[in-house]
Ligand binder design. Sequence first.
Ligand code: ASP
Length: 318
Amino acid sequence: MSLQANPVAIVVHGGAGRIERESLTPELERLYHETLERSLRAGHEILRGGGSALDAVEAAIVIMEDAPVFNAGKGSVFTAEGKNELDASIMNGSGLQAGAVGGVTTVKNPIRVARAVMENSKHVFFTNEGAEKFAADNGLELVKPDYFRTDRRWKQFLNWRKQEEARAKPQAATTLEQPEDYFGTVGCVALDAKGNIAAGTSTGGMTGKRFGRIGDSPIIGAGTYADNRTAGISCTGHGEYFIRHAVAHDISARIAYKKESLAKAADDVVKSVLKKAGGNGGVIAIDAEGNVVMEFNTPAMSRGYIDREGKLKTAIFK
Ligand code: ASP
């Protein structure tokens, strides 16, 4: 199939982590694939119809936020206090506009508020009550905090708490790392027919995170970045490392300053820089030519794309 004059492409992730094949039931595995595909197709349809990369990213992420299988929106993981606190961000590569929310507990689709912050405010990042008030003022759908709760994540939380009690020591960042802990954050990057790139990320964070903790997902330059001149990037993994290494912006900067290809930049940052530092996770990205990259240093990252030739693929393990 020949390439279109103005290629469109979309890539999504549904989280990276140390999940093992055996711990994923066939039912759950099927749900991951199905939802990734639904999300990709929704975004791709917008792109094919001449819609914007931003609309595609938002549509794809809303589907994953609404699906209980992912750690974003409904199905988010629990904090150390047994609550759901959600983070999200979105960025427009054409003018570097960005919006983000952190620690929201009543907003059904955090990615929609992030977009509203970008488009309807002078600011980039709102947290907690402010973000919720902003969502309400902008007519976005609010829910009761228990809307986000699922039995699967609650069991994970109880299991985490049992292990914490057994250790009987302060909740150090390293003890957050349990198999599956950060499996399920979602993200999307899209390139539209006008050559615009957008990226977005949405998450419940990490099981057992301490009150007020905000990860990389809503931090522009850490968990999300988009610049039409380089690439769009969405990250997933142990957020503290992604913040320290400004992962999403580092990949963009390597393309801009070192003239690296997207593939080389993503490979270096994920497999070399992050890995050496002990930061587990992965990234998805698309560059201005529509090259798609999905790079991770964990045993698994649920992911998928529809590339510029229209080919669809979803995968979980290496
Ligand atoms: N990066 C997210 C965080 O640290 C978690 C994840 O990607 O699973 O909050």
